[in-house]
Design a protein around this ligand. Structure first.
Ligand SMILES: [Zn+2]
Length: 248
């Protein structure tokens, strides 16, 4: 009798334990789905979810591309920006409207005997991230602390999300006879022609010599940014860089 009740008690306990286990399992919170593994710095101003990963067949209904977007060290690019690309030269691509504008610009330059050579255009976020991380590693291997390596790297390669090239709206353009990205390029016929005419195609010289303090970037006579003809014309005529133009 005593033995039996002990047995019953054990059974009861086992049942209870089993029930508890089921309960516990049932209450285990489901693992959060889709945690970003390579996400960007969180940007509270651009946290709106982007709805359409499906290819849009009707361009009339999709949102216009943000041609005036400001991307710099203080304004990192939202990672989800995915331009529809078109080839401009060789393997270099730009967002399609910017690409058409650049193709027209290059064709017109050619008519005036100016050869324009694209040496950099769209850089996906991941490419920029890889370039930046490689540079950090380079400095760590030279004996820098992680913190110092990051500072040294950022002075040479834009931090991921802070390069205009990831928008698909910026291109580095030189000429076959002068391909170095340095101040000397500004003295070439190609650079002079672009400085005088790029706005007619919707491009601005993004980092002018007299705006370094505002842009935070050295004079880059080869780096052109598409903003559309209307905006580019105003900026060029009033001598405003993008930061100044957007602040007005
Ligand atoms: Zn550039």
């Amino acid at each position: 009798m005593k033995k039996l009740s002990q047995c019953k008690l054990t059974l009861l306990l086992l049942t209870l334990i089993a029930l508890m286990l089921v309960g516990v399992v049932g209450c285990t919170p489901v693992e959060e789905p889709g945690l970003p593994t390579d996400g960007p710095e969180p940007d509270p101003t651009t946290s709106e979810p982007k709805p359409d990963p499906e290819p849009s067949t009707d361009p009339g209904t999709s949102d216009p591309y943000p041609y005036l977007i400001l991307v710099n060290a203080d304004n990192p690019l939202p990672v989800e920006l995915e331009p529809e690309l078109k080839t401009v030269q060789g393997n270099f691509k730009l967002e399609k409207t910017a690409a058409d504008a650049l193709l027209a610009m290059m064709a017109d330059a050619k008519k005036e005997g100016i050869d324009l050579l694209v040496v950099s255009a769209y850089r996906p976020y991941e490419t920029q991230e890889r370039l930046y991380n490689n540079k950090v590693q380079e400095f760590i291997q030279k004996g820098y602390s992680e913190e110092d390596a990051a500072i040294e790297a950022a002075a040479r390669v834009a931090r991921p999300g802070t390069s205009e090239h990831s928008t698909g709206l910026a291109a580095d353009i030189v000429t076959p006879s002068y391909q170095r990205l340095d101040r000397g390029f500004a003295e070439t016929e190609a650079a002079k022609w672009m400085a005088a005419n790029a706005h007619k195609y919707g491009f601005i010289l993004r980092y002018p010599d007299d705006k370094q303090e505002i842009t935070g970037i050295i004079f880059e006579p080869w780096h052109f940014r598409y903003v559309g003809v209307e905006h580019a014309t105003i900026m060029t005529e009033l001598n405003l860089c993008l930061e100044e133009y957007l602040a007005h």
